[in-house]
Write a protein that binds this ligand. Structure first.
Ligand code: SAH
Ligand code: TYD
Length: 401
């Protein structure tokens, strides 16, 4: 177990909530490995100085990101479309010159970079999980299987000081050492270079009480205020923030080298909203804690009632998020018989911690479950469309939200 090693924790750090012992969120496992399963203490802190919601402890990155990482960006059609639109937006807005160089951090199976395979654009992906990095390479993506840090720059020499944009999605919140991340970006970017990344948004998590966004990989849940304070410690500043509907509410941040002294009006307005809604202060975090506890109570009431009525419940979408719900609320196979999923690497295994069997989604229509717990609630539209017969047969979707 590696102690928390974020170098920017900020001062005035308060403990917010302890979700209890947690396994690796994406650590789907076989029966023979139950006994040696790893657990850590999932505690959330809030730094008042940086307005930063963060984990206390987390497993070593290599325990999570290795040759068996079971998350594939391309497992969602709507995310594939989102990444195509993200790429087109960036090309139009920032990549108009003849020759551009771009990098993606956490490029996974290459879904996003695949949109940049034109002769005018040179791309590079940093992807430490070997299985997904290899898959991207097979698809023709220039992906190196490395964590994004100055130690791996010998493999990216052509990009040093010449990169136009460093992109990321759902990855910056995975990087414990944000100082190393920013210093690596500083080495790679040209004078006018930008860092553009989108991550689950703290304001959306508070609004929905979607505490399942908190798990080992998500070391931080950012707000615009936190991001501006972090980059402001360096020679960078935030110039835009654009809300996204993905993953239940995300924010896209655009960062560049400091040029002006002041924030623009749009950013100032967001600061004002985050102040008003207490997203930037301890009060918001403490309120979230209360809502998590209430949500747990309500969910357990709902599931107990359903079971007492003699109904059968399954899960849908073996997400990493579901690991937090199941372990925090102590929900096991006595309540949820199995979880249906599309990922070959997860099917036939068991959910982390609570050991609920993961089953091929193709069998969802073969057996009838009165209730299906939609753990992939952020893909609701896509899944309800795919499984439209379930409602017709009298099935009911439920979530903890
Ligand atoms: N960007 C993709 C994948 C998100 S999952 C998407 O939005 O769908 C996070 C990815 O980041 C994983 O593939 C993981 O291996 C990778 N990752 C984790 N830590 C990293 C780091 N320090 N540098 C680069 N990639 C990292
Ligand atoms: P997602 O919310 O993107 O992942 P996470 O919480 O792990 O970051 O959900 C991805 C999981 O949901 C993945 O295991 C595949 C599964 N899934 C389905 O089973 N069917 C679907 O139609 C979709 C979109 C996802």
């Amino acid at each position: 177990m590696e102690k928390y090693n974020c170098k920017i924790t900020g001062k005035k750090i308060k403990k917010i909530i302890n979700f209890g012992k947690m396994p690796i969120a994406n650590g789907f496992l076989k029966k023979k490995d139950f006994k040696k399963e790893f657990f850590f203490d999932l505690t959330v802190l809030f730094s008042e100085e940086l307005s930063l919601l963060q984990l206390n402890d987390h497993p070593k990155p290599r325990m999570m990101f290795n040759s068996k990482y079971p998350f594939y960006t391309s497992s969602s059609e709507s995310m594939k479309l989102h990444f195509k639109e993200y790429a087109n937006w960036a090309k139009k807005k920032f990549l108009k010159k003849n020759k551009s160089k771009i990098i993606e951090i956490g490029s996974n199976d290459g879904t996003f970079l695949n949109n940049f395979r034109t002769k005018d654009i040179e791309h590079l992906g940093f992807e430490p999980s070997k299985n997904v990095s290899d898959l991207a390479r097979k698809r023709g993506i220039n992906s190196i299987h490395e964590f994004f840090s100055r130690d791996s720059l010998s493999k990216a020499e052509r990009f040093i000081g010449t990169t136009d944009i460093i992109f990321g999605a759902n990855v910056v919140c995975h990087i414990p050492n944000l100082i190393e991340f920013i210093k690596t970006a500083d080495k790679l970017l040209n004078d006018n270079g930008k860092i553009i990344f989108e991550e689950p948004y703290l304001g959306s998590m508070y609004k929905k009480t979607s505490y399942d966004q908190i798990y080992d990989e998500h070391i931080f849940i950012f707000s615009v205020t936190a991001i501006s304070k972090i980059f402001n410690l360096f020679d960078f500043q935030i110039i835009d923030a654009i809300p996204q509907i993905t993953h239940g509410g995300s924010m896209r941040y655009i960062i560049e080298r400091k040029k002006k002294r002041n924030y623009n009006n749009k950013i100032k307005k967001i600061f004002e909203i985050e102040r008003r809604e207490k997203i930037n202060s301890l009060e918001g975090a403490l309120n979230f804690k209360k809502n998590c506890e209430l949500s747990k109570e309500k969910l357990l009431d709902k599931l107990t009632k359903i079971k007492k009525q003699g109904h059968k419940i399954c899960g849908y979408g073996a997400t990493s998020k579901s690991t937090t719900i199941l372990n925090y609320c102590n929900i096991g196979p006595d309540i949820i018989d199995c979880i249906f999923d599309t990922t070959p690497d997860k099917i036939g295994k068991f959910s982390p911690g609570k050991h609920i069997p993961i089953v091929d989604y193709k069998n969802f229509t073969k057996q009838f479950y009165d209730y299906a717990f939609l753990f992939a609630w952020n893909h609701k539209k896509e899944i309800e469309k795919k499984e439209k017969n379930y409602l017709k047969k009298g099935g009911k979707w439920i979530t903890h939200l």
